[in-house]
Design a protein around this ligand. Structure first.
Ligand code: UPG
Length: 472
């Protein structure tokens, strides 16, 4: 096949660091290349310059290349700055280098559009200057997008911290969000990350279009409102679920024993437990989780990272623990559970695990990719959100989609072993679990329909591609 720049329009894509942002954009890029005959360059931040990202980028098909932005100084950024603050500062400081790369791409390819993900909209001004399209990609859902579009108005209207609100936050078309479940960077208005989120929220409305990794059946209220035209708001295109068809090759090779173990387990009997690409628990919570799984007497496949008492996203940029995570499990746990459990350090081939017939439930941090992967395989969930928009996703999955159950924390914020065993039992063999299983099967079919020819997501991506090609 011919990928020569002269024959194809070219798209520059800027994902902010994190595998959860890169994976869906890579799936989108593959469709743009194979179905719509574009070529694509990924512009990656130096913060994403790790082994996992490099390996992943090297597996992308012909027609997709990547170029890395140089590192920017971050010595003045306080140690305790949040992920959102860091990403935002890195983006702003990388703008001069981004400009040079986009100018180079314009002279060496048929560059027609710049696609930024949700923390990189500062790049729009460069695209505008260069006379190319500037669109946004939201790797999470329409509920998150609704919050961001409403944020400037909410900021003016709400006087107290969101977690102290007496009534839930009512976003158009979305289930009511209790104040304490609001997006983590919005919880403390005095923190810089709040100001950054407000800054991004204002830029969202400047995009010429917004692609979202979601589909209408999973959040019908928000989809109905956002796919209608509205003055002053860019058109919104739900193009999902865009998820990996298989996990990164390295993960499959190094973790194949867990797939072999699954082969030996009864159909639908195993609970998969994983907290996404960087989620970590406190030392005490990890212990309670292990003991809760043990006392549930259900089979489990547990991905363990070294705990962190300070930060629930402590391996976000690396995906791997620095120490041996198994050493943090309660004494004797591995021996006592060896007939019912399998433990994988740091990283498992999640897509294959969820697709395996032995997997019957997923205890997840509710990262949006994990959620979509679970839906794609018709697997119901236990919602255990940690950071970012995960608590809001949990509300949606429990209250609106009704495909997840959420444990209740004690006054100290910890889920104790009894509560964990209770929700595991309910999901794997209770009436609620059965109902959730039926509903998630319905969503799985709706997701397949959305992506197939003539389906809503298929059609929306066609519309975007046609717009980008119109002057080519
Ligand atoms: N994954 C594996 N093996 C593992 C752990 C993760 O293959 O052991 C994959 C998983 O299949 C998925 C991705 O890594 O494709 C994880 O993505 P996601 O579930 O979205 O979690 P995060 O990486 O934490 O995602 C970030 C945010 C999350 C947000 C998402 C999309 O933390 O809140 O929904 O980005 O914006």
């Amino acid at each position: 096949m011919d990928f020569a720049g002269a024959h194809r329009p070219h798209i520059a894509v800027l994902p902010t660091p994190g595998m959860g942002h890169l994976f869906p954009l890579a799936e989108l890029a593959k469709l743009l290349v194979s179905r719509h005959h574009f070529t694509v360059t990924f512009i990656t931040f130096a913060a994403a310059d790790n082994r996992a990202t490099k390996n992943f980028l090297s597996t992308l098909p012909a027609g997709i290349t990547s170029v890395s932005l140089p590192p920017v100084p971050l010595d003045d950024v306080p140690e305790d700055a949040t992920i959102e603050t860091r990403m935002s500062i890195v983006t702003v400081r990388s703008l001069p280098a981004l400009r040079s790369i986009l100018i180079d791409l314009r002279s060496s390819t048929n560059l027609v559009a710049f696609l930024a993900d949700f923390f990189a909209a500062d790049g729009f001004e460069i695209a505008r200057e260069l006379g190319i399209f500037y669109y946004m990609f939201v790797p999470t859902n329409l509920q998150f997008l609704t919050l961001m579009l409403e944020l400037p108005a909410l900021d003016a209207a709400v006087k107290c911290p969101f977690p102290e609100l007496e009534n839930p936050v009512r976003l158009p078309g979305c289930p009511p969000i209790p104040g304490p479940d609001i997006l983590t960077p919005l919880r403390d208005r005095s923190n810089d990350c709040y100001k950054w989120m407000l800054h991004h929220a204002r830029l969202y409305r400047q995009a010429q279009g917004i692609l979202v990794n979601s589909f209408s059946a999973i959040e019908p209220g928000a989809a109905k409102l956002l796919t209608a035209e509205e003055e002053g708001r860019p058109p919104v295109y739900p193009v999902g679920p865009l998820i990996q068809s298989r996990s990164a090759a390295t993960a499959v090779a190094s973790a194949a024993p867990c797939l072999k173990w699954l082969d030996e387990q009864p159909r639908g009997s195993v609970l998969f437990v994983s907290f996404g690409s960087g989620g970590t628990l406190t030392r005490m919570q990890l212990g309670e989780l292990a003991l809760g799984l043990e006392s549930s007497k259900h089979r489990f496949l547990l991905v363990v990272r070294s705990p962190s008492d300070k930060d629930s996203s402590s391996t976000y940029f690396t995906a791997h623990s620095k120490e041996d995570p198994l050493s943090y499990l309660p004494g004797g746990f591995l021996r006592r559970t060896k007939d019912v459990g399998f433990v994988v350090p740091s990283w498992a081939p999640q897509v294959e695990v969820l697709a395996h017939p032995a997997t019957g439930g997923f205890l997840s941090h509710c990262g949006w990719n994990s959620t979509l992967e679970s839906v794609k395989q018709g697997v119901p969930m236990i919602a255990w959100p940690l950071f970012a928009e995960q608590t809001m996703n949990a509300v949606m999955l429990v209250e609106e989609a009704k495909i997840a159950i959420r444990p209740k924390a004690g006054e100290d914020g910890v889920f104790d072993r009894e509560e964990i065993a209770r929700v595991v039992g309910e999901l794997m063999e209770g009436e609620q679990g059965k109902a959730m299983r039926n509903r998630v099967k319905g969503l799985k079919e709706a997701a397949e329909a959305a992506l197939s020819e003539g389906g809503s997501s298929y059609t929306k991506l066609n519309e975007v591609a046609a717009e980008w090609r119109k002057d080519f």
